[in-house]
Design a protein. Structure first.
Length: 403
């Protein structure tokens, strides 16, 4: 196996490995194109014959069994410097217990899978708290210290940018102070969390498709609307983090000293297998938290308001004595507005929030619907419908708007 070298030729192009310092005092490993004539000027004309040569780039994630090259292809996944070493890691386990609380073992499983099975899909982990000194950002920096160049910490703007070459090949994509409250943000993260490939785009370069193994970790000071999460969504794991009882400015340094012992600990412990292994390992029941329910309730409130606005538009346009609709009608109206709910969630809104009662038998009623141009039409259909009178609508609308 060839050893790492400052220079290499991949295909017909020469590259140099450089280490660029960042604002945090760390060095980011970069592979940049380097002119062959410059290499000759710096090292002599015979030096090029000593430069390792590869057929192309490959992507082979791994930590314990890391391969720098494979059958003539150089690995774009980076090796990590820390190696497992027997010893104690009480500072780290205490810190993880602080972050994951009653889900401590699941938290250990999450990090174990990152280290031992990096290609496995994992839920979108979100750490939220309005309070300071909670350790959210420290958790990101701790994982960065473990996985080094295989992790990046982005801003909201970095994530939204069309140019993604700086994070599309990472194991972990962290977003600190996350506020991704646009619908396209949540759709993008959801889709990427289960994607096997992704189109990478850099400035002045063509897009190309490559393997995507990224796991997203969002940290936010906004506890309930930092991102849109629909009620039926199962890909998010949200934990509300409480502050430390005292501040420790050296915490990250203390954690970093125990990383080799922690990695050894991960190799020795047994994963807690879920009863049913899902596409993201953990079941939705395992990672359910009150913090997740709170965000979903916030979205459900938006669904209620959107539905009432739709009802108001219909009443103003058609002036019916009462509106009649089934679960399916309401589901379709909300989907047209970009809100996806299950029929069960629609039923909860109509019966639990609006206190409406469904007809016991199928009867004929007038259904209101939008055509492709946005005009409201009506037609006679048969079904077990709910009905809403104008005065009842006004009462529900006023209560919700003043909630």
């Amino acid at each position: 196996m060839k050893k790492e070298c400052s220079y290499m030729r991949v295909g017909t192009v020469y590259y140099k490995t450089i280490y660029k310092p960042n604002l945090y005092g760390d060095k980011i490993k970069l592979l940049v194109r380097w002119d062959s004539e410059t290499i000759k000027q710096d090292h002599g004309k015979d030096y090029l014959s000593e430069v390792p040569k590869y057929d192309g780039f490959g992507f082979y994630p791994g930590h314990i069994d890391y391969k720098y090259e494979n059958l003539g292809f150089i690995n774009k996944y980076h090796s990590i410097n820390n190696k497992p070493m027997e010893g104690t890691c009480n500072k780290i386990t205490d810190f993880i217990r602080h972050i994951f609380g009653e889900q401590y073992e699941l938290g250990l499983d999450y990090i174990s899978l990152l280290y031992l099975q990096p290609t496995r899909r994992l839920p979108i982990l979100c750490l939220v708290s309005k309070k300071r000194n909670t350790g959210k950002s420290t958790f990101l920096m701790f994982l960065k210290a473990i996985f080094e160049n295989n992790m990046t910490i982005n801003t909201n703007e970095d994530f939204r940018s069309n140019f993604n070459a700086d994070w599309s090949d990472k194991l972990i994509v962290g977003v600190d102070e996350a506020l991704l409250d646009r619908r396209e943000d949540s759709e993008r993260i959801k889709n990427l969390s289960t994607a096997k490939t992704y189109k990478t785009e850099a400035k002045n370069k063509d897009k190309f498709e490559e393997v995507f193994i990224g796991k997203f970790i969002l940290c936010s000071n906004n506890e309930d609307n930092f991102i849109i999460i629909e009620p039926e969504e199962t890909r998010y794991w949200i934990r509300k983090i409480e502050p430390f009882t005292s501040e420790n400015e050296n915490l990250l340094n203390e954690l970093e000293k125990e990383i080799p012992q922690f990695l050894y600990f991960l190799t020795q412990r047994t994963l807690v297998p879920p009863k049913v292994i899902t596409r993201m390992w953990f079941s939705s029941e395992q990672i359910a938290t009150d913090a997740l329910k709170r965000v979903k309730r916030k979205f459900l409130n938006r669904a209620e308001m959107e539905l009432l606005e739709i009802f108001r538009d219909i009443m103003e346009a058609k002036e019916p004595a009462k509106l009649c609709f089934t679960n399916t009608n309401v589901k379709a109206l909300l989907e047209r507005a970009g809100i996806k709910l299950s029929r069960n969630d629609v039923r909860k809104i109509l019966e639990e929030k609006f206190s409406l009662t469904q007809q016991s038998n199928s009867l004929t009623y007038k259904e209101f619907y939008y055509d492709g141009t946005g005009f409201i039409y009506e037609r006679d259909v048969v079904g077990r419908y709910y009905s809403l009178k104008k005065e009842d609508f006004d009462k529900i609308y006023d209560e919700l708007m003043n909630y």
